[in-house]
Design a binder for this molecule. Sequence first.
Ligand SMILES: Nc1nc2c(ncn2[C@@H]2O[C@H](COP(=O)(O)OP(=O)(O)OP(=O)(O)O)[C@@H](O)[C@H]2O)c(=O)[nH]1
Length: 270
Amino acid sequence: MSSRSEETEFDERIEALLRAAEHGNPLLPAFEELFDRYRAQQRLLDRLTRISDHFQQAERDRGLNYVDRYQRKVRQIEKIVRISDRYQSMLRELNDRLHLISTRDELTGLPNRRYLLERLDTEISQVARNGGTFSVGLADIDHFKAVNDTRGHAAGDAVLAHTARCIQESIRDYDVCARWGGEEFLILFPQCGVADALRLAERVRHVVEDQTRALGLSPVITLSIGITEFRPSETVDAMLRRADEALYRAKESGRNCTVSADQADRPRAP
Ligand SMILES: Nc1nc2c(ncn2[C@@H]2O[C@H](COP(=O)(O)OP(=O)(O)OP(=O)(O)O)[C@@H](O)[C@H]2O)c(=O)[nH]1
């Protein structure tokens, strides 16, 4: 029996047969009881099927709920990840900015003293590891106080910024110039002995002088520069002291010149 209507038809036929008086069969009561049992089982089966259907539907709903809940969790996690990504990139940007602020001189835009001191440490480590050498040049604007005194502090600031630009344009890409303080600039010449550093420092000095002359600035801005080459095993302070002494000699020699602490060179005349 495959369909419901066939089952019903079968039941009706049996019931009709049992009801018919001409079948005075002694087995009739047993058939009736058997048929009743069959009907009871049929009802039980129907109930069980209904219960099972409900159960399966409930399970399907529950499954859907799990999927819903899982997807909601996934969306929440994705949101948290997006927020965390944004937060981390904000932190990175903030860090980069902080690093820039803490290593730049605000007025000139050049690296500051702190940055160059770190670079000098790195340079010394590299020389110790790979050999080679490097030099530094300490440059100071001549008679800068007079600029402030005659044209005012703001004009002095503009001269500082202009000088910084001139120096920056005249050095090699891998040289580093920092504002060392006041009207002083320290230039790092990596992979450079004192003879080359002297030549490079002279180029810087000429560029500053020529460019300020071209601008019609009066008096013309000039630099005095003291240079020195790093000596193995010495400290940064020892090297900078030598550069400072060379700068002092340059000032003593009439300014607008470069003096090397390492060569018996005479100061370069203006
Ligand atoms: N406008 C301005 N002036 C500064 C700044 N920092 C330092 N100075 C001035 O720079 C001047 C340096 O003067 P001095 O040390 O006497 O040196 P100098 O006049 O350049 O003379 P020499 O170095 O001997 O040639 C001082 O007047 C400082 O006030 C700054 O950021 N802006």
